[in-house]
Ligand binder design. Structure first.
Ligand code: PEP
Length: 250
């Protein structure tokens, strides 16, 4: 049995005071970590404060990106060791917005995935196709390549601990969700690609989230699917009530 993981991606929203208010309201109501992994991926600036505010609770904190180098002359970047130093536990890698606006490549995502494990962080590795790619029948090859390239060179144990987020780009922030069947089919293809690269024993244990306009009203159906083990959620993770409803479905 794969434990569901529901991760909020706050993107570049909220002020520090609003972020603290959110976690103060939510942290006591989060379902037990034995039932569901509850994560909030917040802007860098908020991370140490949110980690402190959630200490000893079942709400875990993640970053939305990082550099793959431990330190150096990389103005404006944040390193994996800096995230680990303030006890951040998760990091989103290769989100489509980073790939599109900041030229993040499969190669960079792979380096970041290695750096994440070397620093005790759990990567949430994103993949997804554009509408044009879907219509051209390229969904499976696109997402399989993104995932196998991202995981290249990791040990079986590290692959098992990785979280994959399948996020069709046309469904992010658009209100258009892939149907549960469509999402499940692609998540199943991702699992097959992992099985081919690392073995069925590994693929069976990797958690694959769906992301793209997930809300309290559609999460239960998505999570009922064989290959969907959680959700990466943007808009609907910004309000405590709706985030808690997402966790309750987990
Ligand atoms: C996301 O931020 O990864 C995402 C899926 O956003 P939304 O839920 O708003 O579509």
């Amino acid at each position: 049995m794969r434990k569901p993981i529901i991760a909020g991606n706050w993107k570049m929203f909220k002020k520090l005071s609003e972020a603290v208010q959110f976690v103060d309201e939510v942290k006591g109501q989060v379902p037990a970590a034995s039932k569901v992994d509850a994560v909030i991926c917040a802007p860098f600036l908020f991370l140490p404060t949110l980690v402190e505010a959630t200490k000893g609770t079942d709400l875990k904190i993640g970053a939305q990106n990082m550099h793959f180098e431990l330190e150096g002359a990389f103005t404006g970047e944040v390193s994996p060791s800096q995230l680990a130093d303030v006890d951040v536990q998760y990091v989103v890698l290769g989100h489509s917005e980073r790939r599109e606006y900041f030229n993040e490549t499969d190669e960079a995502v792979n380096k970041k995935a290695h750096a994440a494990f070397e620093n005790g962080l759990t990567p949430i590795i994103c993949c997804g196709e554009t509408l044009e790619e879907r219509e051209a029948g390229q969904t499976v090859s696109k997402v399989s390549t993104q995932v196998t390239e991202a995981l290249k060179g990791l040990s079986k144990e590290q692959v098992i601990q990785s979280v994959i987020a399948y996020e069709p780009i046309w469904a992010i922030g658009t209100g258009k969700t892939a149907t549960a069947e469509e999402a499940n089919e692609t998540c199943g293809e991702i699992r097959s690609a992992i099985s081919e690269a690392f073995g069925a024993d590994v693929a069976d244990q990797v958690r694959i989230q769906y992301g793209g306009s997930v809300k309290p009203g559609n999460i239960a159906e998505l999570l009922s699917m064989e290959h969907i083990d959680g959700a990466l959620v943007g808009g609907a993770s910004l309000e405590p009530a709706s985030y808690l409803q997402l966790l309750e479905a987990g």
